[in-house]
Design a protein around this ligand. Structure first.
Ligand code: ADP
Ligand code: TZD
Length: 578
């Protein structure tokens, strides 16, 4: 705690600024992502003075995304700090996205004076921020008195990380910061949160029910979601998969909990295993749109449902997740570490592996699909397409398994997810549950700051545009980030025509042959224009070796890819064509 603060407190006093920073530090928060301005400019300066790392962004949404993914990477809340009203709203998208994805994050926002806001008298950046944040996050609190800062921060931390993790809003009116308190009283008011995410042990009968179902299965399947990656139960999950002998399917951000090259991975046989499986064990994955809600054609259509053939076991920390889309026959509510440990206990060491007919059928499909993909990857078309470019990225990630991979776009996302193998947990960071564009540079900054590892960001050209200005941030902090823009001249592709025949280009088309690499050069980083896989490979290798901020403008055939990537069927016009 500082003795002589900028707010003029005397030696025996402290103030709201310092109590907030001390409360964060006491709870292990080391980095704040944000953007300064009234009323938090001094707070950001004092944060640096107090030894916190302050990463300052060009737009709050990117700072918020950085905090959110820091939360996922560390299983501790990532902290974002914004100014009132517009800054707060810019950060709010990231807070909502964090909540949707179950990432623990705290958005701290300065706000205008309550007396003026509540009478709507028109304060500087006036807005009832608490009311606006509340429906978009897991919890929202306001602190009015400096003595309550300790409680406010403690409640925010607990709400963010306990149970199902999510985003928390903490409203800090400007007046709070300059309130002074006796230093001793202030110190005593802070809370070092004990066991912020308590283990949640599953009920023994829930474990027994799950094991009964698994034991009777002829074609079992495990689905690993990003909750499983977040839970940091990597060893236990690996043991469960290997001891049970059950094929597993990793969701996008669960790739790497086990290496994608693992012989039990059914990733390359997804469309075969989902409809065929009779018992599905979901671990930290929701049966939302990304898994076709657990029904329909993906899961074997009417036939499978009519027999009641598919049974679900679901491990999740949130009891209300059960039955959200289809019946869950064996709900297992608890934290993944405890639940998987309990399953392993119950299985013992003599667990019978699934019938070989099932294992062989999955292996056959997998081998066939991998061989087909290898053929496609080996082609060298001019210009490059997604496959020939990603063949390079795949090699680079294999050779640098600790590098973090950030990924957004439509085709750039879908192809990267299926082509680039991951080898370690929590390395793949992407658009997540909402399929949101704009996470790219915020995630890349936090991935570099939190891990110290090189970061590779594979970006569609449209996706990159949402957060592209943060290349300045990447250069300013000299982060080892290699951005690869897959430039195909537009959203999805660059070939659309204006249906009205006017001189404007179609809504999905961008400037042709845009020189994105110059954006990085403008701030002192390395820019590379790459038209061949060899140029892309050389540039990526050099970026990883040098750890210099790099942007590679990878020129992709503008006719490659499909509208909306793999989710074309979700376009409303697709229904008209049926
Ligand atoms: P994916 O998109 O990879 O399928 P989701 O985000 O849909 O994954 O699902 C993650 C699930 O994991 C959420 O339902 C969340 O409640 C759950 N979860 C998160 N952390 C834990 C944990 N430590 N233990 C148990 N479940 C968890
Ligand atoms: N805005 C936001 C915030 N999120 C979105 N998902 C979209 C708009 C819609 N959208 C997608 O779903 S993907 C995408 C947009 C605009 C960009 C696809 O183009 P790209 O990728 O250049 O990034 P490809 O590789 O060319 O398909």
């Amino acid at each position: 705690m500082s003795n002589n603060t900028e707010s003029g407190a005397s030696a025996a006093m402290t103030d709201g600024f310092h109590l907030l920073l001390d409360a964060l530090k006491l709870n292990g928060i080391e980095t704040i992502y944000g953007l300064p301005g009234i009323p938090i400019t001094d707070l950001t300066r004092m944060a640096q003075a107090e030894g916190l790392r302050m990463i300052s962004f060009r737009h709050e949404q990117n700072a918020g995304n950085a905090a959110a993914i820091a939360g996922f990477i560390n299983a501790r809340p990532g902290v974002c700090m914004t100014v009132s009203a517009p800054g707060f709203l810019n950060g709010l998208t990231a807070l909502a996205n964090a909540t949707t994805n179950c990432f623990p994050m705290i958005l701290l926002s300065g706000s205008s004076e309550r007396e003026i806001v509540d009478l709507q008298q028109g304060d500087y950046e006036e807005m009832d921020q608490l009311a606006i944040a509340r429906p978009l996050c897991k919890a929202a609190f306001r602190v009015l008195h400096a003595e309550d800062i300790g409680v406010g921060v403690a409640r925010a931390i607990r709400a963010a990380v306990s149970g199902r993790p999510g985003g928390v809003y903490l409203d800090l009116p400007a007046k709070l910061f300059a309130q002074t308190v006796d230093a001793e009283v202030g110190r005593a008011s802070l809370i070092d949160v004990v066991d912020p995410a308590p283990r949640q042990i599953p009920a023994p009968d829930a474990i027994a029910r799950a094991l009964d179902l698994l034991r009777g299965a002829k074609k079992p399947l495990i689905v690993l979601g990003k909750g499983a990656a977040y839970a940091r139960a990597d060893e236990a999950i690996r043991t469960l998969v290997e001891r049970s002998g059950i094929p597993y399917l990793p969701m996008s951000m669960a790739k790497g909990i086990l290496p994608d090259t693992h012989e039990q991975s059914a990733a390359a046989a997804r469309s075969f295993v989902l409809p065929e499986a009779d018992v599905v064990l979901m671990i930290g994955a929701r049966l939302n749109w990304l898994l076709s809600h657990g029904k329909g054609k993906t899961w074997g259509g009417k036939a499978a449902k009519a027999w009641g053939a598919q049974k679900f076991i679901q491990i999740d920390i949130s009891p209300t997740e059960m039955d959200s889309n289809v019946r869950i026959d064996a709900p297992v509510v608890g934290d993944i570490g405890s639940c998987v440990a309990a399953l392993l206990d119950g299985m013992g060491t003599q667990w019978a592996k699934p019938p070989s007919a099932w294992i062989d059928a999955v292996a056959e499909r997998r081998t066939k699909n991998i061989a087909k993909m290898a053929e496609t990857l080996a082609r060298d078309p001019q210009p490059m397409n997604f496959h020939s470019a990603l063949n390079v990225v795949r090699d680079i990630v294999r050779d640098n398994p600790d590098a973090m991979l950030v990924n957004e776009g439509a085709n750039a996302l879908d192809f990267t997810r299926s082509i680039v193998d991951m080898y370690r947990p929590r390395k793949r960071l992407d658009v997540g549950t909402w399929g949101v564009m704009g996470i790219g540079m915020g995630f890349a900054v936090a991935a570099a700051v939190e891990s110290g590892q090189p970061v590779i960001a594979i970006e569609g050209d449209s996706a990159f545009g949402f957060s592209g200005m943060e290349v300045e941030t990447i250069c300013r902090y000299n982060l080892p980030v290699c951005v690869v823009v897959f430039n195909n001249n537009g959203v999805y592709r660059g070939t659309d025509r204006n249906l009205g025949g006017g001189t404007d280009v179609a809504p999905t088309v961008f400037v042709k042959d845009a020189r994105y690499e110059k954006l990085m050069e403008a701030f002192g980083g390395v820019g590379v224009y790459a038209t061949t896989p060899a140029e892309l490979r050389a540039a990526m290798e050099e970026a990883i070796r040098s750890r210099r901020p790099t942007l590679i403008n990878a020129i992709i055939d503008e006719t490659a890819g499909t509208e909306s990537g793999r989710i074309t069927s979700l376009n409303p016009a697709a229904a008209l064509k049926k």
